[in-house]
Design a protein. Structure first.
Length: 157
C-alpha cells in the first residue's frame, strides 16, 4: 500500500474536530490544565495559516487560542497543534514541488516568542531564508533563531 502524501494527511478527517473534557484526575490536567480541550482538524490550522499576508506573522499559540475560541473550548491541545502545523508546512512544500505556487505560507507561523521552527521543511535555514525574503531580520540567540521585533508584524485574528 502506498504511503499517504502530506496533502492527503492534511485533509484526512477522522473524528476531528473533537472536544475532550480533561478532569482534575486526568494525567493531562497536570501538563495542560483542566477543562475542555480541543483537538482541531489539521486542515483548520492550514486555513488559519493561509490568512497571514506577506510581511506579517502569527505565533502558533495565537492560532491555538483562535481555534479554541471558535469551538468554545478552554484550550487547544498543544501536541496535536504542533504536529498539524508541521503537517501543513510539509503539505505546502509538497505542493510547491509539484508546481503549485499558491501554497500555505507556513514560514509566517512562528513558535512562541518569535522563534523559528526547526521542524519545517528545510529546517532553520529554509525558514530563515523565506522570512528574510519578506523583509524580516533574523537574530541568533544561543542555538535558537528568532525574528527581530516580531511583535511589530503580528496579525490579530
Amino acid at each position: 500500500m502506498a504511503r499517504k502524501t502530506f496533502s492527503e494527511k492534511l485533509h484526512a478527517v477522522k473524528d476531528l474536530p473533537r472536544i475532550q473534557y480533561i478532569g482534575v484526575d486526568n494525567k493531562l490536567a497536570k501538563r495542560f490544565g483542566q477543562g475542555h480541550m480541543l483537538i482541531a482538524a489539521p486542515v483548520e490550522y492550514d486555513e488559519v495559516m493561509k490568512l497571514v499576508p506577506e510581511g506579517r506573522l502569527i505565533m502558533a499559540d495565537k492560532i491555538r487560542e483562535y481555534l479554541a475560541k471558535k469551538h468554545n473550548a478552554d484550550y487547544t491541545c498543544p501536541l496535536t497543534a504542533g504536529l498539524f502545523i508541521n503537517l501543513a508546512a510539509h503539505a505546502a512544500e509538497e505542493r510547491r514541488k509539484a508546481g503549485d505556487n499558491n501554497i500555505t505560507p507556513y514560514w509566517r507561523t512562528l513558535k512562541t516568542g518569535g522563534e523559528l521552527n526547526e521542524k519545517y521543511p528545510g529546517g532553520i535555514e529554509q525558514h530563515k531564508l523565506l522570512l528574510e525574503k519578506e523583509g524580516h531580520e533574523i537574530v541568533c540567540r544561543g542555538k535558537r533563531y528568532f525574528v527581530k521585533d516580531f511583535e511589530k508584524f503580528l496579525i490579530t485574528l
